[in-house]
Design a protein. Structure first.
Length: 268
């Protein structure tokens, strides 16, 4: 369950401020598929970033499985994200000079998954997006669609309970786009992952359980059925640390969030 309560996000300072999210509230049941729909500039990416702990709005709460992630310290947020969340960015943000393997390894490094388990999960994720033959290729040598699939592999490698996808098919041809859609809905249906997807595609939006329409930083309306919670036990794939994730943060050293710089750690 994700609860967004009175979230407001203002960009800029003093004279040039812009309220990108204005007192937004709604909730998403566990296991639902949700489309976030709205015009360019309406606040969709800002909302996704706020809901996933990538960004901190100045007020409001984002409660995921009972934890208000806006109250966590930044390292604890990173840890929380590495265990529960996969994020597919609008502009994929792959590390061009790193191999596919190392790109996908990042969330597992943050979650401190051990070497052997890590390797199997990475190869699995790359196979799922049909990049099994590119494991040792540098990301810069991939085509645009392959980079997008690499970004998806990185987002799903930790078997996240929540997947955010910011226009994941926007840059793809229709065949590859359909494959990506099938992949995401497959994870939603089979693993029970909550899927939250920004899209301009009305067909794709209508395939989701719920549609959240955003307009000028506000929720215009919410359509669709609120899916019944999925009661399946969560598949545990990462080593859990001590109970309080705030305590965990001290174990995290020198690992930055997805999309940031990182120290490369060779596997072999
Ligand atoms: N860092 C920033 N500084 C100032 N304004 C920003 C910043 N990031 C976003 N905005 C503004 O906030 C508004 C919402 O942006 P956002 O990226 O959330 O839109 P969006 O709905 O995702 O649009 P698109 O469909 O084009 O991706 C826009 O008007 C944008 O110009
Ligand atoms: Mg956007």
């Amino acid at each position: 369950m994700i609860e967004v309560k009175n979230v407001t996000k203002t960009y800029g300072k003093k004279h040039s401020t812009f309220k990108a999210l204005d007192d937004v509230s709604f909730s998403i049941p566990e296991g639902a598929s949700v489309a976030i729909v709205g015009k360019s500039g309406s606040g969709k990416s800002t909302l996704m970033h706020a809901m996933s702990g990538l960004d901190r709005p100045e007020s409001g709460e984002v409660i995921i499985d009972g934890t208000n992630i806006l109250k966590l310290k930044s390292k604890a947020v990173d840890r929380f994200r590495s265990e529960k969340i996969g994020f597919i960015f609008q502009a994929f943000f792959v590390q061009a000079n790193e191999t596919c393997y190392d790109n996908v390894a990042l969330p597992l490094e943050i979650a401190r998954v051990s070497g052997t388990a890590r390797k199997a999960q990475i190869v699995d994720a790359l196979n799922i997006v049909e990049l099994g033959d590119k494991v040792r290729q540098k990301a810069r040598n991939l085509s645009g669609g392959q980079k997008q699939r690499l970004a998806i592999a990185r987002a799903i490698v930790n078997k996240p309970s929540i997947i955010f996808a910011d226009e994941p098919t926007g840059n793809l041809d229709s065949t590859t786009g359909e494959k990506v859609e099938d992949l995401l809905f497959g994870l939603n249906k089979q693993n029970g992952s909550t899927l939250i997807i920004v899209t301009h595609d009305a067909d794709l939006a209508s395939k989701c359980d719920m549609q959240i329409y955003v307009k000028d930083g506000k929720i215009d309306r919410i359509e669709g059925e609120q899916a019944a919670p999925v009661e399946e036990p969560e598949e545990v794939v990462v080593e859990k640390g001590p109970q309080d994730s705030r305590e965990d943060s001290r174990h995290l050293k020198g690992v930055s969030r997805i999309g940031g710089d990182k120290e490369s750690e060779e596997e072999e």
